[in-house]
Design a protein around this ligand. Structure first.
Ligand code: ATP
Ligand code: MG
Ligand code: MG
Length: 609
């Protein structure tokens, strides 16, 4: 099999597996009802990871990185990975996001169901966890911290609390409420829980060290009062745990072994360890507890990966919704023509490291090309059509003749078979494949003309891909001077794949579709959404690329509509030869006589800043 490059996360896992760190968890302290304090984990996974999104928006490319890191590590070491909704904040979370997050994790190819535990049929359980299901346990943990003298209820005003926290280099000051007895604190905490205090009137804080050089250790808040209806627990609670308190507990209850997060949480790690050590000591959690490891977040040039900024793009109407093909949401990438394999390979290529950096946008599209080239079906399309008439067609073949042509579905994959279409008297060609007065070195169609040396020049010959060599004989124009038709003649006996194909040498090959049977199609061409490399530093509106979308009306080869209809609900990206990779737009209503395609990427990187 493929050798996976080693990284520091793998090293941590391999070390724990070698030492058997998590093979025998045990309860510390005096257990009490401790045995009930696990999230019902029954399978014996040696390592366990989690992807813990907050359901307050759609997943983006950065989340894909985290999904890939967690699920692939778990998979590589025969472990399990949980999809956990970190839904401890009642105000911003919605079912719509829960559903779409689960869909996207599934679409990336990761199951959110457990298989049966080996040897124990019928023990399968949902692979999806909700942090809000642990609110009861979290509250008991809070009471335990109070009883053991490790937490207190602080009733300073928010301003005083902020002022007394101190600053980098300046120690904080103890709150006047810090010396309350455990009994006083417990009574006050219960009043908080029972709704006897107003929102914001008090917070529960850990009692650690107001002089710690790490500000996160200066008595961080554990619970706040907030009267808000929660999507899962309704109005049961008017106090909610803070993320920094909830997250380590969620990991421990689910028996996570390695908790991977991004670098900005590095300063939180001492509190993560402090909290779990206290709860293990008290017999509330099994020991050893999970450990947190940080890696650099994914940053891609010209791309924004922040839910808040992405929401702004949607709400201000800069894009057409969360799944606009220019959005770096997983839904947007999918609609653009990215495949799960391409997204995962990109995550792998971006690397897992301790130091941040920017990955070039070109790497994203380059990865997509690498993944699609060997598998994508080919087709001919004309994006900006001009009609061309083969004036000697009827005399050569008889009026109405259609010449059968064939082409490989994929030139790298003979087993994919052949596609069939026909050539007739009139075809559509790309406007840029004809020049009335050829530029120097132009090798495609031009009519007979007088050269720069005053001598008459012949009309040029090109090959129609998979068809005949043709020679341009003239052009017809509309009253306004625009081109109505290019005229050409077929050179007999030059059809591709026949013995005479090479008898006439040409320097250009052009794409075409039959005017008698091509299907009309709309093509939406996308460029990077932001013209600046590092968007998000200034006003978004000034950073946007004004030409990130252009729409063309053209044609695709006969037979493609039927092929697409047969492929089913999940559109597969394909290559329009010479033009790029495209995918049928999944939002456009199906109409066999009007197809809509999104361009995923061109065949080469042509970005000019
Ligand atoms: P955002 O800043 O977009 O709101 P978030 O980190 O607040 O993202 P969460 O829902 O909390 O969003 O994220 C779930 C997981 O995804 C977290 O573990 C987080 O670290 C990870 N994640 C988010 N963005 C990135 C990124 N750019 N690179 C790697 N991991 C990321
Ligand atoms: Mg977050
Ligand atoms: Mg966030």
């Amino acid at each position: 099999g493929a050798v996976k490059p080693s990284n520091f996360l793998r090293n941590a896992i391999e070390q724990d597996l070698a030492r058997g760190t998590y093979s025998q968890r045990r309860w510390g302290g005096s257990p009490g009802d401790a045995a009930h304090h696990s999230a019902g984990i029954a399978d014996p996974a040696a390592v366990r990871m989690r992807f813990p999104p907050e359901p307050n928006g759609y997943l983006h490319l950065g989340h894909a990185k985290s999904i890939w890191v967690n699920f692939s590590m778990a998979h590589n070491y025969g472990g399990a990975c949980h999809l956990r909704f970190d839904d401890t904040n009642p105000e911003k979370e919605e079912q719509e996001y829960v559903d779409s997050i689960r869909d996207m994790v599934n679409w990336l190819g990761y199951s959110t169901e457990y298989a049966d535990v080996p040897g124990q049929p019928g023990t399968s359980q949902a692979h999806v966890y909700f942090a809000s299901n642990y609110f009861d346990f979290m509250y008991r943990a809070a009471e335990y911290l109070v009883e053991s003298g490790n937490a207190y209820v602080d009733e300073q005003s928010p301003e005083d609390m902020r002022a007394n926290r101190g600053d980098f280099g300046t120690p904080g000051k103890d709150s006047p409420f810090r010396s309350r007895t455990p009994a006083e604190n417990l009574a006050r905490l219960r009043e908080m829980r029972d709704g006897q205090l107003a929102d914001g009137a008090a917070v529960l804080r850990a009692k650690i060290d107001m002089a710690s050089p790490n500000i996160n250790m200066r008595d961080p808040a554990l619970y706040r009062i907030r009267r808000a209806t929660h999507h899962n627990t309704g109005d049961k609670w008017c106090i909610y745990p803070m993320y920094t308190f909830a997250h380590p507990i969620e990991d421990a209850l689910e028996q996570i072994t390695h908790s991977f997060c991004t670098l900005e949480f590095e300063d939180q790690r001492p509190f993560y360890d402090w909290l779990l050590a206290k709860l293990c000591e008290g017999g509330m959690l099994q020991t050893p507890p999970p450990r947190q490891y940080e890696f650099a977040r994914l940053n891609v040039t010209h791309v924004i990966t922040s839910k808040r900024r992405l929401r702004q793009l949607v709400e201000e109407g800069h894009v057409d919704g969360w799944d606009d093909p220019r959005m770096p949401t997983i839904a947007g990438l999918r609609r653009r023509g990215f495949t799960p394999d391409a997204i995962k390979l990109f995550c792998e290529r971006s690397g897992v490291s301790k130091s941040g950096g920017w990955i070039d946008y070109a790497t994203l599209e380059g990865t997509l090309r690498d993944v699609l080239d060997p598998v994508a079906a080919r087709a001919l399309a004309v994006l900006e059509p001009v009609k061309l008439e083969l004036t000697n067609w009827d005399s050569l073949f008889g009026a109405g003749h259609e010449e059968p042509c064939h082409a490989p579905v994929n030139p790298h994959d003979e087993a994919a078979g052949q596609r069939e279409f026909t050539l007739g008297r009139e075809i559509w060609i790309e406007a840029e494949d004809f020049m009335e007065v050829p530029a120097k070195g132009y090798r495609r169609l031009f009519p007979p003309h007088t050269g720069g040396d005053g001598q008459p020049k012949e009309g040029n010959k090109v090959r129609l891909k998979y068809g005949y060599v043709i020679q341009c004989t003239g052009v017809e124009k509309n009253a306004d001077g625009s081109i109505s038709k290019v005229l050409a003649e077929v050179i007999p006996d030059t059809k591709s794949g026949t013995p005479g194909a090479d008898s006439v040498k040409v320097k250009g090959v052009i794409g075409w579709v039959g005017a008698h049977n091509a299907t009309p199609a709309e093509f939406r061409l996308y460029e990077r959404l932001f013209k600046v490399e590092h968007p998000g530093e200034a006003d978004l509106a000034d950073e946007l690329n004004p030409s990130s979308l252009s729409t063309m009306q053209g044609y695709v080869e006969a037979g493609l509509a039927q092929a697409l209809q047969a492929e089913g609900a999940e559109p597969k990206p394909l290559q329009f030869e010479r033009l790029g990779y495209f995918v049928r737009d999944r939002q456009a209503p199906w109409a066999a006589d009007k197809l809509v395609f999104n361009r995923a990427c061109s065949l080469k990187d042509g970005w000019k800043p």
